[in-house]
Write a protein that binds this ligand. Structure first.
Ligand code: SF4
Length: 453
């Protein structure tokens, strides 16, 4: 057993706040995609998906921003030329036409999400133009239960913008607040007064938008526990229905704009953990329920009620439109090109812009389900997981479970027969815990050696 013990101790680094961990919005993450998968695979998967007739979710990526924020990981197109979206909109329209050819027209779009970049970089006429094109190409739902969300940079929207978006059919908003501390805002090149957000929240409520979400980020330069506590107190006073608490990922080798950030100004792992712990406590005291991952919602919000009632979200096929956009069908993930030039060139040649993808194996889907459940519910029932996939999950996931044995000794998870439970200490590191299941890790994971078992 000594070999196993020493390996396991080395593996402890896997579960520290300093170890890199993706957000796992989906699994496998985009770095597992390969250019072996292309437009023809996407076309076939679109046609195949019609048989299951799942509702559609559309994500439209609008990449333009007026000014670069130094923490940004979205690789936006920085410009002040407000005519630039015109040619982009015509490419989006071509992409819609190409995709629609392969879809059953009866399939309804239940969920629409405009993200960026800054969607409201587009003028009001351009926003109208985009919704008209979407409406012409797809069957957009019009009932109150649809989820039509737009991301808002409060510096780039006013009450008129919100009124316009509401008239176009949007019923949900997500506002990027990040941090209200002027020192932090200066360090990320994003000066954004609190009044901008308050004004938009008030107007959103008056217009009948539901479940307004505010995005905050932990781990930004010059962030301190006191400063972030002050931000949280102000945000809680605004009483949004939902809050997302994201983690800053510092990868200047992938996101060159982050070279403007001074490493010495980043909070250390312990300070980051302390901020997260403070945030969890303050939000709980204010009546917010942690819904797993980075999500919090007020107890009167639909998401919280659904969670308490055990209701699951409806499954969609996700179609991504635009540069960098990702689409997810039953067993295929594909991504569009990362540059505007490559995206536009593909569509100008009359072909789907798919640049990379990944065909999911049974193992991918099993691990993805394990990650999703662990991160969303902070628990994982191996017996239920095995039943869902008709296999012995404990045997199939022996290596990830071996890695998690270290986390168990550190009090981050508890094992009760077939159930893994993330502890109060472990929930602060749940992304790192999830990496144990990742077969395509960002950095190599420890492996169970044959003489260690
Ligand atoms: S953080 Fe948002 S607003 Fe800032 S540059 Fe990135 S995409 Fe644009």
């Amino acid at each position: 057993m000594p070999a196993r013990a020493s390996a396991a101790d080395r593996d402890g680094a896997l579960f520290s706040a300093a170890s890199p961990a993706p957000a796992y919005a989906f699994y496998p993450t985009t770095h597992a995609l390969s250019d072996d998968i292309g437009a023809e695979d996407y076309r076939q998967a679109l046609e195949h998906s019609n048989a299951a007739a799942r509702p559609l979710a559309l994500y439209v990526h609008l990449p333009f921003c007026r000014q670069a924020c130094f923490h940004c990981t979205r690789q936006p197109v920085i410009t002040s030329d407000t005519r630039l979206p015109e040619s982009y909109l015509s490419r989006l329209d071509r992409e819609m036409v190409l995709i629609r050819r392969h879809l059953d027209p009866a399939r309804e779009v239940r969920s629409l999400h405009w993200g960026g970049g800054t969607p409201t970089f587009l003028g009001l006429n351009q926003l109208s133009d985009l919704i008209d094109r979407l409406d012409a190409r797809f069957r957009l739902a019009s009932d109150r239960g649809r989820e039509y969300l737009v991301e808002i940079d409060p510096r780039e929207a006013d009450v008129l913008t919100l009124r316009h978006l509401e008239a176009l059919g949007f019923n949900r908003l997500s506002l990027e607040v990040l941090d209200l501390d002027p020192e932090v805002q200066q360090a990320i090149n994003r000066i954004q007064g609190r009044g901008l957000t308050e004004q938009l929240i008030d107007e959103a409520e008056r217009l009948g938008f539901h479940s307004v979400n505010l995005d905050l980020i932990i781990g930004l330069p010059r962030q301190t526990r006191d400063g972030f506590t002050a931000t949280l107190a102000q945000v809680i006073a605004m009483a949004p229905e939902r809050l997302s608490l994201f983690h800053y990922r510092h990868h200047p080798e992938r996101f060159p704009i982050q070279r403007h950030i001074r490493i010495a100004e980043l909070p250390g792992p312990q300070e980051t953990l302390a901020m997260m712990d403070t945030a969890y406590r303050m939000l709980a005291a204010a009546g917010y329920v942690h819904l797993g991952r980075e999500r919090f919602a007020r107890s009167d919000d639909r998401l919280t009620k659904d969670r308490l009632a055990g209701r699951k979200c409806e499954r969609h096929d996700l179609l991504g439109l635009g540069v960098t956009a990702v689409s997810r069908l039953e067993d295929l993930h594909v991504r569009n090109p990362l540059t505007l030039e490559a995206y536009e060139a593909a569509l100008d040649q009359g072909r789907l812009a798919t640049a990379a993808g990944h065909r999911l194996s049974l193992d991918d889907r099993l691990r993805g389900a394990a990650i999703e459940t662990l991160m969303s519910e902070l628990t994982l029932d191996l017996a239920a997981l095995g039943d869902a996939f008709d296999l012995d999950a404990e045997a199939h996931l022996a290596e990830p479970l071996w890695r998690l044995a270290v986390a168990e000794r550190e009090g981050l998870v508890e094992r009760q027969d077939q159930r893994l439970l993330v502890t109060a200490k472990g929930r602060l590191l749940v992304r790192q815990l999830a990496t144990a299941f990742d077969a395509y890790p960002l950095t190599p994971l420890p492996r169970q050696s044959s003489h260690a078992s």
